[in-house]
Design a protein around this ligand. Sequence first.
Ligand code: FAD
Ligand code: NAP
Ligand code: SF4
Length: 676
Amino acid sequence: MTPATDIAYPHLFAPLDLGFTRLRNRVLMGSMHTGLEDHARDFPKLAAYFAERAEGGAALLVTGGFAPNVVGWLAPFGSKLSWPWEVRRHRQVTAAVHGHAAKICMQLLHAGRYGYHPLQVAPSKLKAPINPFTPRALSARGVERHIADYARAARLAREAGYDGVEVMGSEGYLINEFIAPRTNQRTDAWGGDAARRMRFAVEIVRRIRETCGPDFIIIYRLSLLDLVEDGSNWQEIVQQAKAIEAAGATIINSGIGWHEARVPTIATSVPRAAFAGVTAKLKPHVGLPLIATNRINMPEVAEAILAAGGADMVSLARPLLADPQWPNKARAGKADAINTCIACNQACLDHVFQNKRASCLVNPRAAHETELVYRPTSAPKRIAVVGAGPAGLACATVAAERGHRVTLFDAAGEIGGQFNVAKRIPGKEEFHETLRYFRHKLVETGVELRLGTVAGTETLTGFDEVVVATGIVPRTVDFPGANHPMVVSYLDVLLGRVRAADKVAVIGAGGIGFDVGEFLVHEGESPSLDPARWMAEWGVDPDFEARGSLARPRPEHPARHVWLLQRSPGKPGARLGKTTGWIHRATLKAKGVKMLGGVEYLGVDDAGLRIRVDGSEQLLDVGTVVVCAGQEPRRELADALRAAGRSVHVIGGADVAAELDAKRAIDQGSRLAAEL
Ligand code: FAD
Ligand code: NAP
Ligand code: SF4
């Protein structure tokens, strides 16, 4: 690679010559399903979504997955490209991207046994543990027909103006199911030893190359880490990469972990670039450009991987949802201006798994580009925003960006509200980045910041609009002994005002209860900052050699004995994030935390916390009881303003505290500011 010399991150912005075409830099926008792919009527929105990312400077974009036939659907009537009349809608997307001098590949994704419908097929009749449907095993003729379907879909993609396709060969979808012994028990020419299991993948690439010609990009997403039992071993992965190269692929992208894997691969607690080492390990074995992926969210992380020669490109998927201008900002040396993906999954993956359109917690415009527009105002106003938590920060910066004169008040000495508490949880270090982004954005948009100022009705005279974003107060409990000195609030513990005893009961198992559990069982540096410790805890083979790259998990000794309690019956944590709840539950379980539902709190005294579960009384001999019993809106200011006859806008926790999270707070603040 010849690094560019005149810009920040020179390796990241060196062009990549693919022989028949050239990429302007090393940023690939990784494939993400947004939900806009599924209906022809949404393609104008999809085109606007990609246009913003192309304009933002990414070199090569990859669409969400399109199935090559009906049985390959992810869900009934999901995205697919198999008929000539489906081509036209895609031209809006490809034209939009080419208008900004970027290139775009369509991802070909056959869901295999992950298809959420009864038509699904797989190499063998083996049900996935995460899907209620059992697949039909493909016949040998069916396999041949599938290869032809992939080639036809690639040809149609070329007709639609795509620069290439990405063949999804990882994450446990159909092709990966052929490759791994876990899911391929065939005894015909498509099963058996590694060479026969990978033949399906190789034939697909070979046939696409034959059909689409030499000047068509074929990215092959190769599962470098299956992270499931009976996945591929390293020798087979290298053999597969060489065969895929020989079959005519242009680039190999890294695939990390099947969807059914019990090792987190993209959550916020996964260390940055945790898996880049496995891409680097493959580098000496193939001549094709390789793409590193997963938890690469800031330019210095990407640059370090490329500068060390561990990959030729980096894949940014969620980071470009969070900030379409990521590449342009990095190129200009303005990393501080990047709205960083905090890997929460709350508005992207969680939405997709709930069949809702994806968006982004820190950027509610993501996949809503034509609907949520921050137009410059023609009538600038003086606006006061009270509360610099996520809701107030979003509202103030969007309003100021539109041209209003905004003053932002906070009683605290720093911006951030509850994010200053959340950032202290081990595994939530990324929350610092959101605060850094907003600090920068306040200056950039010219918001007048008044910290250390408790705003009252008299402070707020002379403004055209007043926005109250004063957040919440923690809910208190009222069982006997609730005022015992050992009973404290989560704020006391997380802000370091109280040091918890060796045995602790946590009352309330919502998001904050689980976070407090994580805080209590860890001591010292967070494992999320140390990939080696993190891999040992989760059982990833540090040498990436073993089958599935799995090793025996070695959780570190918990710092405390913790009980996590809730009154409602059932398993605590059932309401946590769709794609991350299991990670929180597994972490605490590995640390020996006892999680109990259906608990009645009888009282606290010097001996500890008395509870009743399943009709029997127990004494938990704890020295600290941490109350995480939810939150109530902080509305004194809004009420006082209204009593004084003033009109106010109330957002975030001050509006509705129940089930409030930062996604709703930022979304509500941004949407209000777009209309002021
Ligand atoms: P807040 O963040 O509460 O901010 C309100 C601000 O108003 C405060 O800074 C306060 O000082 C200020 N204020 C109040 N009254 C006045 C006044 N009169 N004058 C001036 N200033 C005033 N959410 C997620 O989505 N994902 C997570 O993973 C997540 N993790 C969390 C972990 C923890 C430990 C905690 C505590 C919260 C977490 N949350 C998470 C919740 C999220 O932080 C809140 O939903 C969000 O901060 C609410 O935003 P807000 O702006 O409404 O209020
Ligand atoms: P929460 O999710 O509403 O949970 C509150 C818990 O307290 C529940 O377990 C509830 O269960 C219990 N509770 C309620 N009233 C009680 C009472 N009077 N006495 C005893 N227990 C009581 O609230 P939270 O945990 O405080 O979280 C606040 C918000 O922050 C949430 O909306 C959450 O989405 C957000 N957050 C999100 C994340 C994330 O990772 N996405 C992390 C942290 C916080 P029972 O009634 O069954 O006891
Ligand atoms: Fe990243 Fe969270 Fe936004 Fe998804 S919702 S892109 S994980 S910040």
